[in-house]
Ligand binder design. Sequence first.
Ligand SMILES: [Fe+2]
Length: 437
Amino acid sequence: MPFDRSVSADPHDLSAESVWHIDIPEVRFGRHAVDELAFQFRGLGVDSDSRGLVVTDDGLVAAGHADRLSSHLAEEGFDVDVYDDSQREPSVAAVEDCIAFVRDETDDGYDFYVGLGGGSCMDTAKTTRAVVANGGEPLDYVAEPTGSGEPLTESGPPLILVPTTAGTGAEISPVAILSVPAEETKEGISSHHLRADAAVLDPTLTTTLPPELTAQTAMDALGHAIEGYTTHAYDSLLRATDPGARPVYAGRTPLTEMFSRKAIRLLSEHVRPAVHNGDNLDARENMLLGALFGAISGLTAGASLCHAMAYPVGNRYHTTHGETIAALTPASTIDYNAASDPGRFAEVAELFGVETTGLTDREAADALKAEYIQLQRDLGVLPSGLAELAGITADDVDWLAARTVDSQERLLRCNPRPVTEADVREVFLDALSNWEA
Ligand SMILES: [Fe+2]
C-alpha cells in the first residue's frame, strides 16, 4: 500500500526507486562571505561591465545591507540597480510588480540578479528572473487549476541569493511560494530552472534580525530538519522510468539524514542565545549553518503535513510562514506523525537534547513534543497556538482542513503517515493551543 500513496514520479516502474541525487547551488558560507560576491559572479561568467539587479525590501535598505552589497558590486565595476519593494509572503501581483520594473528598465532583462533578504525577497528574485527569461506572467508557471501549469524551460542569467534570516531555505530550494488572493491559497512554482546558481550565507547579515523573526525562522528551519528526517525513504517510492521525472521532493536519503541530524542539534542548541542576544555572532553563525543543513535535508527529502497545513493558514490569516509552522509543529510533525515510526522520533528527541534513557520510543516522542513546546515558551516571542496566532477557533477548522486537502496534495502525498481530511481537522484542533497563554 505505501506505493499507492507514494507515487510521485510519472512515468514510473512497478518497482522500488533505487537511485537518489542531490542538486543544490554552489554555497559560500562564513563571516564576510558577502564581500566575495563580485568574485563569485565573475566565476559564473558575468563580465565586470554587466548590469544587474538587487531584489530586496525597504527594511534591508534601512539596515544598510542593500547598500553594502550594491556598493561592493559597483566598486568592482558592475552597474547595479536596486528594487526594494519586495513584499512579505508575496502575492502574484507583488511579483508582477518586480517583473514590470525589470521590463521597464531593460530590453530583455538584467545580466545578473541578486536576491537579498528573507524567503519573500528571495522568492521574488527567483520568480522574476525565471519569468523574464521564459516570458509571460507568473501564473503561466503555477500548477493547474490555479495557473496554466506550463513548464519553465530557461533558467535565465546568473542569480545569487543572500539570505538575511536563518530559516527558509529559499536560497537552495527549487521552489517559490506565491499567494493567490483571489483563490485564498498559496501556490508554489516548482522547477529546477528556478533554483539559484549560488547562495552566499554570511552571518554578519543576520544580527539585525529582531527576536520575533529570529524565533519564527528558526522554527521553520527546525521544521525542515525534522520533517525531512521523518518523511518516507526515497526507496519507498516507485522508480522513475525517466530520470528527469523524479519528483523535487524525493524522500529521505543517507545524505539528507546526515544533514538533518546535524541541523536538529545546531538549531535546538543555539536558538535561545540567538533570540535573546541577537549580537551573539557565534549563535547567529550556528543558526545559519543549522538552517542551511535543515534546508538541504527537508527541501530535498520533502516537507510534509505541517507545511501543507501552514499554507491555508498563512494565506487566510496573513500570518508569517515561520510562526505558523511553530504553532502547527507539535500537533502535526510530532504528535500525529510519531505513529509512522516511533523509533525515528525517539532519535529526533535525542538529537533535540531530550534525556531519553529508560523511555520507550513512544514515551520519547511524547517527551520531544513537551520539550519542543518548552523551547517555544522559553523564546518568549512565539504564539501559544493557532488561537493566539490569529484568533482561529474550532469553527474555522473545517474550512482549513478542506483547503489543506484540496490545495496541498503535493505535500500531503509526502507525509509519512496516511492522512485524511478528518485527520487534518483533528490536528488543527490540537494545534489551537499548545500551552496556556
Ligand atoms: Fe518552511
